[in-house]
Structure formats: structure tokens, C-alpha cells
Design a protein around this ligand. Structure first.
Ligand SMILES: Nc1ncnc2c1ncn2[C@@H]1O[C@H](COP(=O)(O)OP(=O)(O)OP(=O)(O)O)[C@@H](O)[C@H]1O
Ligand SMILES: [Mg+2]
Length: 292
């Protein structure tokens, strides 16, 4: 499914500044990574895409059809997993998914059973059917949330910061799960961790203060600073100078001595060495450099 977001702006009734400010994005099949720091506008964009909130200005087209004029039709092909979900703690996964099926109007008992079994298998919760959801770990709950969304067999999945709070193992499991279910679907997922999109998506959007800072291929994003990234081990005075004369993408202190990574057409200080750019460097560069 092709999604086109045109000139989207959102001003909250109580907010003075624009949570989204003239956002233009095109999304095709596969996994699309939306990255931005706290308050960038990720959740706002996702809620508008999921049709649970109205934009102040702008339009969204799904396969050429305008979203607001076809809301009901789109809701059936959309699955949305909010940033914080409260699943029903007193139910087990089967009871919970059965409830979801019933809410979706699936009346046939056998069909419900089939869908539930398939969803539980896909998200790897086989063997955990008897446990109440209140006893599930953060990672298991996130997977149960995906199972809930998959029940309706959506073409588009909108998933808001799914990896926050997961341990490394669960996080990797979850990311692999996303790439598995993305084979036949479009997944839009948001994060503030560059490592999440490092291996998962080719198409990315960097959002900052409601505006698109970058939209395109991940490789091109990194190549923007290729050949311009330097590392310098030096003194705090060197760090100060580099912060003033270039865009610093990271500072690591080793025994109190700063190791500075910075972007500049040419090395600024003697002893700086050329280094290979990472997604993290490109991201921090796009945001204007690392904070003090
Ligand atoms: N209901 C609301 N009323 C007023 N302002 C809001 C509301 N919800 C969000 N905002 C503001 O809109 C901006 C974007 O918020 P949003 O939640 O979309 O960001 P985000 O990228 O999802 O952040 P996070 O990474 O913290 O989840 C922020 O400045 C936020 O304070
Ligand atoms: Mg958010």
C-alpha cells in the first residue's frame, strides 16, 4: 500500500507551537522508520495516520484515496499499536484475542480459533497461553499487542516506539518479528534509537520539532557525511574549539580526556583521523550536533 502525506500540520488546542509543521512523506511497502527525539511529533503523526486524531491542515492518501473521506474502509486495513497500551490484565492471551476478534465482528468460533492460534504462533507466545497478561513481561506484552493488531490481518501496521523498555534480547526478538511480518505488509514504526532502524529499514524519516529533517534511503542519509567525519583525541580545550567550529556528533570521555567525533569538510586539528560514519553520527548531525 502506498501512503502519501501532504503538507500535514497539527496544532493542539492547548498547544501554541505546531506539533507537526508542513510534513510531506511518501511511504511504500516494507518497513518505514520514523525517528526523532522526544516531542518531535512521532506520536502525533501516527495518531493522525491511524485516524484517531484530525490534522489541522493537510491530507493523507492511501493508494490515492483520501483518508478522511474513506475512514471506515481504512480502519479495517489498519492496525495501530500505541506507545503505551494497557491490555486486559485479568485475561490470558487466548481470552484477550478472542475478545478482540469479537469486537472486530468475527462471529464464527472456528475462524476465531484459527486466527488466534495463528497470531500466537507468529508472535512466539506458544506455551504462554495459560498465563494471565498481568504476569507477562514487557516484551511479551509488546508481542501480545502485535498479536492483537495482526488478528484483523491489516495491510498497514502503525507501531509507536515498540522497543522502549525492552531488554536487548527481547528487543532483537521483536525487531526480527517486525521484519518477518513486514514481508506482506507496510509497517511504519517510530523510535528514538538509531540502532532500531540500523538493520530493519531502508526508508527513513527524521522528524524534529514537527518538521521533516530527512526523508529517503538510510544509505544516502549516512553518505551525506561520508568522508567528512573525523575523530580527535585531545584536551577539553580541543573539544571546545571543535564544538565551535564544526558539528560534533559525539564526545566520549576516556579517563577524563575527550574523544570527539565531528563533521567538517577538512580536519580542523592536527592529529584528527578520518573515520567511517554510522547512522548515529548522521542522525546527530541532522539534529544539529550533540547537546552540551
Ligand atoms: N494532547 C496534547 N496537547 C498539547 N500538546 C501536545 C499534546 N500531545 C502532544 N503535544 C505536543 O506536541 C509535540 C509533539 O508530541 P508527540 O507526542 O507527537 O512527540 P513524540 O515524537 O511522540 O515524542 P516521544 O518520543 O516523547 O513520544 C510536543 O511538543 C508535545 O508536547
Ligand atoms: Mg511519542
Amino acid at each position: 500500500m502506498n501512503i502519501e502525506i501532504k503538507n500535514l500540520t497539527k496544532v493542539y488546542p492547548l498547544g501554541k507551537k505546531k506539533a507537526l509543521d508542513g510534513v510531506n512523506i511518501t511511504i511504500d511497502k516494507g518497513i518505514f522508520g520514523l525517528i526523532g527525539r522526544n516531542g518531535a511529533g512521532k506520536t502525533t503523526l501516527m495518531r493522525i495516520l491511524a485516524t484517531i486524531m484530525q490534522a489541522t491542515e493537510g491530507e493523507i492518501y492511501f493508494d490515492g484515496k483520501e483518508l478522511n473521506a474513506n475512514k471506515e474502509a481504512f480502519r479495517t486495513s489498519l492496525g495501530y499499536l500505541p506507545q503505551s497500551t494497557k491490555l486486559m490484565p485479568a485475561l490470558n492471551i487466548v481470552e484477550f484475542l478472542d475478545y478482540v476478534c469479537i469486537m472486530k465482528g468475527i462471529k464464527d468460533k472456528n475462524e476465531r480459533r484459527e486466527r488466534i492460534t495463528a497470531a500466537i504462533e507468529t508472535v512466539g507466545l506458544v506455551g504462554e497461553e495459560k498465563k494471565l497478561l498481568r504476569a507477562y513481561s514487557g516484551g511479551m506484552l509488546r508481542r501480545a499487542g502485535i498479536a492483537q493488531v495482526l488478528i484483523g490481518d491489516p495491510q498497514v501496521l502503525i507501531i509507536d516506539e515498540p522497543t522502549t523498555g525492552l531488554d536487548p534480547e527481547e528487543r532483537l526478538y521483536f525487531l526480527n518479528l517486525l521484519s518477518k511480518i513486514a514481508r506482506e505488509r507496510t509497517i511504519i514504526f517510530s523510535t528514538h534509537i538509531t540502532a532500531d532502524i540500523e538493520h530493519l529499514c531502508q526508508d527513513i524519516c527524521v522528524l524534529e520539532k514537527g518538521q521533516v529533517k530527512y526523508l529517503g534511503k538510510k544509505g544516502e542519509f549516512i553518505s551525506r557525511i561520508e568522508g567528512k567525519l573525523w575523530e580527535h583525541n585531545g584536551t577539553p580545550e580541543d573539544e571546545e574549539l571543535l564544538r565551535n567550529k564544526s558539528v560534533v556528533t559525539s564526545v566520549a570521555y576516556v579517563n577524563g580526556a575527550p574523544c570527539v567525533r565531528y563533521v567538517s569538510d577538512a580536519p580542523i586539528l592536527l592529529g584528527s583521523t578520518a573515520i567511517t560514519a554510522t547512522l548515529e553520527d548522521a542522525y546527530i548531525y541532522a539534529l544539529g550536533g550533540v547537546k552540551r
